[in-house]
Design a protein around this ligand. Sequence first.
Ligand SMILES: Nc1nc2c([nH]c(=O)n2[C@H]2C[C@H](O)[C@@H](COP(=O)(O)OP(=O)(O)OP(=O)(O)O)O2)c(=O)[nH]1
Length: 173
Amino acid sequence: MTTTKPPPRLYTVIFPIEGSGSGQRVLLGLKKRGMGKGLWNGFGGKLEPGETLDDCAHRELQEECGLEAKDLCYVGVLFMICSHHDDLTIFVYTARDLVGSVVESDEMAPQWFTTDKLPYDGCHREARLWWPTMLNGSLFVARFVFTQDDCIQHNIEHVDRARLTQLLSQPGP
Ligand SMILES: Nc1nc2c([nH]c(=O)n2[C@H]2C[C@H](O)[C@@H](COP(=O)(O)OP(=O)(O)OP(=O)(O)O)O2)c(=O)[nH]1
């Protein structure tokens, strides 16, 4: 009997950024519970019913680290094909022009890092493959194939704004 995999679960992940060049800093959160517990990541979560992806990104940023972004920019998408659980599609945002104070939430303990000292050893295994592309300011589509233990295949494609926008309405790999 063949079973059909459910459609991918949709998430956002948001990276607050300050400064530029060698002074560029990124706010990461150490996840305190759930999936990715104990790992550094951007802030984010599941798309709620009736919400746009931009709404989701603003809400998750505020809920998880207390910040509001006047400049929230959709910069990429991650298609994660997983053998051991549902597939994930994660829409990636950078957040600049930040308002408010950074606060620790139930979910995340935030900390600023300079971009030359990112804690890749304590991040999701694929982070080092695509964070440099995001931090360079490129727009991208990344595809990863995971087994339980490994990322067995990946590719990162640089795209233009039109292609990225198209993927918002047709989020398929
Ligand atoms: N880089 C990377 N990010 C991931 C992976 N898996 C995964 O969920 N994420 C991101 C997407 C989301 O931003 C975040 C997980 O969201 P979450 O489970 O905390 O969702 P949520 O905030 O809605 O959860 P909750 O309030 O219901 O606990 O981590 C992964 O394998 N790699």
